[in-house]
Design a protein around this ligand. Structure first.
Ligand code: CA
Ligand code: CA
Ligand code: CA
Length: 560
């Protein structure tokens, strides 16, 4: 078997021949796997591991005129997307484009939301530092070249964070430099490989399978991609392998060149300790303040990299137009999205996260979706304070668990409501969501998702999700980013119909109403190790909208 990759780390899941099974494995047909909207289906009705939104909609007889705002803290958004038009928040108290803060909320002309990473030219910052770079910058003058025994006892925890950041920095730099080497190499050899293959496939419409057969005939050795790259091999077998590698990663020449340019910026900017991403914004990084950034939340023209896809995807999952009976279906047509831009390529600033939470709460959001994560947090006290502010105002914050395949009980993930040293939660309005697949059995938890008995609260589908997108209108993608909005949408739906519930009650309902699966699953990053599904999160469950709405009805009725 060839294991190729010139870019990404390919996670190869080895299938071990296990002789015993402690659970019943249901085989799903591949036709079910490919159902576009599998994630909305119901396990008891359809035998598909969805969240049962479709069933709730079919059986629900309630109507409501209520509206609810879900703030999406993310990248820019495609506000003209067919499934989002008319679904986005408008600040009616603000007069547009008069350069005044008419509603005196601290933000000038914030009619459609706010961009905290907006620059002075009305566009947005594209690349920011990784958080470990910020940690290094903050601590290096105190700790560079110092041994642990010489560190002041009160500063040891910062010293350890400094060392962790330094290691992460070195690892990421090595990884990205190696990847860049591969892209530079592929840029050179791709046209040669393409040309050489014309002799065998004049029309060039070859499949991986066809290339595999040709490879077996033409190869002169069994080297890996990396060996061939390092040896600069140009024999026909090598060229065929390069092309197979490109096809497997869905690459072509233009994409390779594009990625190389992007990676140059990652190395020169995001991973550069001397690069200051706040210069374009012009704020004071050392303090919380209102009003910096700009009001442009949907800039599709001024920059090379169009960062509109991620928010469009997330918002579509929550509030995609149901009424137009096409594309994606959100949780309810009564949900309004408040787009808040805080995400460049690189890590978000704790300052922007905190200020975005304040903005969302102060301007009427009930749910805040945060489909992002980072491994370090330099100013977490700012975020903690904002989370407590949200709790005081009965606002739920939903966060994705992250896609590192880590146990986030031991490898920290931020933002979080968890104090890793005190080992307790700091507030009662925060939900962390891991991703599940549509595969019943040991592959229920995909290899990429983070997990954690203390730090992941619940799982929701985040695998092969059909969703709104930019610039292509729709796409199918995987990631915990797409699991979190399923929980945000559910919370919004609960509050639309049962507005008398507190944030702690909504969190508890989502927890307790989930579906349990009494099976063993492959642990992400566990190299074949298995664990009971219930041990990978606090609730041990997968989100279930139908059950949540039933439970919310009961809890709400008892309060009246
Ligand atoms: Ca304003
Ligand atoms: Ca104004
Ligand atoms: Ca739709």
């Amino acid at each position: 078997m060839r294991i190729l990759a010139f870019g990404f780390l390919l996670i190869v899941v080895m299938s071990c021949g296990s002789s015993e099974k402690t659970y019943k494995q249901t085989a799903l047909s591949s036709s079910l796997d490919s159902i576009k909207y599998w994630y909305h289906k119901d396990y008891s009705l359809n035998k598909v591991l969805g969240i049962s939104l479709e069933r709730w909609n079919k059986e629900n007889k309630l109507t409501t005129k209520n509206k609810i705002i879900v703030a999406v803290l993310d990248m820019q958004i495609d506000k003209n997307h067919d499934d989002l038009k008319g679904r986005l928040w408008i600040n009616k108290k603000e007069i547009p484009n008069n350069k005044k803060d008419d509603d005196q909320n601290g933000y000038v002309d914030d009619v459609e939301g706010w961009g905290f990473t907006g620059d002075k030219n009305g566009s947005y910052v594209q690349f920011s530092n990784h958080e470990f770079i910020r940690v290094l910058r903050a601590y290096q003058k105190d700790f560079e070249g110092i041994k642990e025994e010489d560190v002041d006892i009160n500063k040891v925890q910062y010293f350890k964070e400094y060392l962790r950041a330094k290691k992460t920095y070195n690892d990421k730099l090595d990884y990205n430099r190696n990847w860049r080497e591969s892209l530079i190499f592929m840029e050179k050899v791709y046209p040669i490989a393409k040309d050489s293959l014309k002799k065998y496939f004049p029309k060039e419409g070859y499949s991986i399978k066809q290339l595999d057969s040709l490879y077996l005939l033409k190869k002169v050795n069994d080297k890996s991609f990396w060996q061939r790259r390092n040896d600069n091999d140009r024999d026909l077998g090598a060229l065929i392998e390069y092309m197979i590698s490109a096809l497997e990663l869905n690459q072509n020449y233009e994409k390779i060149v594009d990625q190389k340019i992007k990676l140059d910026s990652v190395i020169d900017l995001s991973l550069n300790i001397k690069y200051n991403d706040r210069k374009e914004i012009g704020d004071d990084e050392t303090q919380l303040e209102k009003g910096y950034g700009n009001n442009n939340i949907s800039d599709s023209f001024s920059k090379r990299w169009k960062l509109l896809y991620h928010n469009t995807r997330v918002s579509g999952i929550i509030a995609g137009n149901r009424d137009n009976e096409t594309g994606v279906y959100g949780f309810s047509d009564n949900i309004v999205i408040m787009p808040i831009n805080i995400s460049p390529m690189g890590d978000k600033h704790d300052k922007d996260i905190a200020m975005a939470i304040y903005y969302a709460v102060d301007n009427g959001a009930k749910v805040i979706n945060m489909s992002f994560s980072k491994e370090f947090s330099l100013k977490r006290e700012w975020v903690d304070e904002a989370l407590r502010y949200a709790e005081k105002h009965n606002v739920l914050v939903v966060s994705s668990a992250g896609n590192n395949g880590f146990d986030i009980d031991t490898m920290p993930k931020y933002p979080t409501d968890y104090d890793y040293s005190l080992k307790k939660e700091l507030c009662g309005n925060f939900i962390t969501v891991g991703a599940t697949t549509n595969l019943v059995g040991e592959k229920l938890v995909p290899a990429f998702t983070n997990y954690g008995k203390e730090n992941v609260d619940i799982f929701a589908p985040g695998y092969k999700i059909y969703m709104a997108n930019y610039p292509e209108a729709y796409t199918t993608e995987s990631g915990t980013s797409y699991a979190a909005p399923m929980v945000s949408g559910t919370a919004a739906l609960i509050w639309l119909y049962y507005p008398n519930l507190s944030v702690q009650e909504v969190k508890k309902i989502i927890f307790e109403s989930g579906t349990s699966y009494d099976i063993e699953v492959l642990v992400p990053g566990g190299e074949g190790k298995k664990a009971p599904f219930k041990d990978l999160s606090k609730s041990g469950k997968v989100l279930n909208v139908y059950n949540a709405m039933e439970m919310a009805k009961e809890v709400s009725r008892k309060k009246k």
